[in-house]
Design a protein around this ligand. Structure first.
Ligand SMILES: *[C@@H]1O[C@H](CO)[C@@H](O)[C@H](O)[C@H]1NC(C)=O
Ligand SMILES: *[C@@H]1O[C@H](CO)[C@@H](O)[C@H](O)[C@H]1NC(C)=O
Length: 256
């Protein structure tokens, strides 16, 4: 019954000549076919567009591992400044420059809910017994701390030797932890891992009568403000006691 053609009200056997008839079965089939065809064409266009856009960044290889900030990441175009343009992070060092660096990264540890900790590729420690939050810190903040260490080492007259060589005791016998060397290596890993693939260009310089490399081009960047806001929002403001071992019930593949 549902599939049978039933006349609509007003669709009688003797229509007035000037009143348009409802479409016949054949006409309806044609109409449906036309709709299906136009949808197929639209779908093909969208696919073609999608394929064209995916040539910009084509995802191949390992899928990204879970990060608690993955859902807030958006991308934006950022014009990098000319090399001679000074920022508030440039030297020579002042209290204001130091504060700018502190504001950039010094947010401590973040507390994430247990549901997010459970999705991490690696187990992390609960903040405290019964708190149901877990400790993390995004790599980028450690790397900015490292860059600041290296910056300080460039100005030994202002910063003490402690900023240049941080010898951490108790990591096995004569082993000396060279903080600066560790930092250089961390940044090497970060730079090759994230690999900014924006091309620098060369332009003719009339004054010097030679072509010179230019870095003031637009880069595609993760939205830094969103990441920084996340770290501010989730930062731990109460004391974390490193010497208390809190046990929990999360299970990870690399558990012993
Ligand atoms: C994190 O997970 C990886 C992959 O399972 C493993 O190789 C690595 O040792 C883990 N790191 C820590 C600190 O547990
Ligand atoms: C951290 O926990 C240990 C062990 O319970 C305790 O002795 C110590 O006083 C705690 N430290 C702080 C600063 O609360």
């Amino acid at each position: 019954m549902a599939h049978e053609y039933t006349a609509l009200s007003g669709d009688d056997d003797h229509p007035k000549p000037d009143v348009p008839r409802s479409p016949s079965i054949g006409q309806r089939h044609k109409l449906i076919l036309a709709l299906v065809a136009s949808n197929v064409v639209l779908l093909a266009c969208l696919l073609a567009l999608g394929m064209h856009q995916s040539t910009l960044v084509r995802w191949r290889g390992a899928k990204p591992l879970y990060s608690p900030v993955q859902d807030i990441i958006t991308y934006e175009s950022v014009l990098f400044p000319k090399p001679q343009e000074k920022s508030r992070y440039h030297g020579p060092p002042t209290d204001e420059v130091d504060q700018a660096w502190i504001d950039l990264y010094d947010l401590g540890m973040s507390a994430i809910p247990k549901s997010q900790a459970a999705r991490l590729p690696n187990r992390t420690e609960p903040f405290s017994a019964g708190s149901d939050t877990y400790l993390v810190s995004l790599t980028v903040f450690h790397n900015l701390h490292c860059l600041n260490m290296i910056r300080k080492s460039l100005w030994p007259e202002r910063y003490s030797q402690a900023h240049r060589y941080d010898v951490v005791h108790g990591i096995g016998g004569d082993y000396i932890f060279d903080h600066l060397d560790h930092c250089v290596n961390s940044l090497r890993l970060a730079l090759t891992c994230a690999a900014d693939i924006t091309p620098h260009i060369w332009r003719w310089n009339e004054k010097s009568q030679q072509s010179t490399g230019r870095s003031n081009v637009v880069h595609t960047c993760k939205n830094w403000d969103a990441i920084h806001e996340w770290a501010e929002r989730t930062r731990i403001t109460t004391h974390y006691n490193y010497t208390i071992h809190v046990l929990d019930d999360l299970v990870f593949p690399d558990d012993p």
